[in-house]
Design a protein. Structure first.
Length: 191
């Protein structure tokens, strides 16, 4: 596991239309407000930063969960997400240049992680044991908009993350770590 290069925390208030306040150290970065249509599930979100550009999260048409897109206030598309099946727990995130996946943590417990195809794990989203807030740990350089989009999705899928899930990137990362430490891998030993 790489070292944490940035850490954020969230504080959640409100029940039907929750407001997630994002903090880095003691500085308030902004508020993510989630919205619903009638009695249905979350259908939108608005990020209002202390400084910078307002971002909009919109539910895309379709019956699959976690099908959202991310837009700037000037109607510029920044990314979209899709869950390919009712039975899959991972969520594909596309930003135009590189695909990412949002997956449950590889251990038992609540939480999600953002995984890149070649570099592996970028960030983790861990709910607090008490209260409704979360901790966001960043391990590699990642665009803030992508991190915020992944948090928006992870905040809606808390219960689904209890059972662990592994990715092919985990095995590649373990092999790289073993090679870097001079250890032999099972494949190199002929097993």
């Amino acid at each position: 596991m790489a070292d944490v290069i940035a850490a954020y925390r969230t504080a959640v208030s409100g029940f039907w239309s929750p407001r997630h306040t994002l903090w880095k150290d003691q500085e308030r970065l902004g508020v993510l407000t989630l919205g619903r249509r009638g009695l249905g599930p979350i259908s939108s979100g608005v990020w209002r930063p202390e400084r910078g550009e307002v971002l909009h999260f919109r539910r895309d048409p379709g019956i699959l969960r976690s099908q959202f897109s991310l837009w700037t206030e000037g109607h510029e598309w920044l990314g979209s997400s899709l869950r390919w099946s009712f039975f899959r727990r991972d969520v594909s995130i596309s930003t135009g240049n590189k695909p990412h996946r949002l997956m449950p943590l590889p251990t038992f417990g609540r939480g999600w992680r953002l995984v890149a195809p070649k570099t592996g794990e970028l960030a983790r989203f861990r709910p607090n044991l008490l209260g409704r807030g979360s901790r966001i740990e960043v391990y590699r350089k990642v665009d803030f908009e992508l991190l915020l989009f992944a948090y928006f999705l992870a905040a809606q899928l808390g219960v689904e993350s209890v059972w662990p899930m592994h990715a092919p990137e985990d095995e590649a990362q373990a092999l790289d770590t073993a090679r870097a430490s001079g250890g032999r891998t099972p494949a190199a030993d002929g097993r």
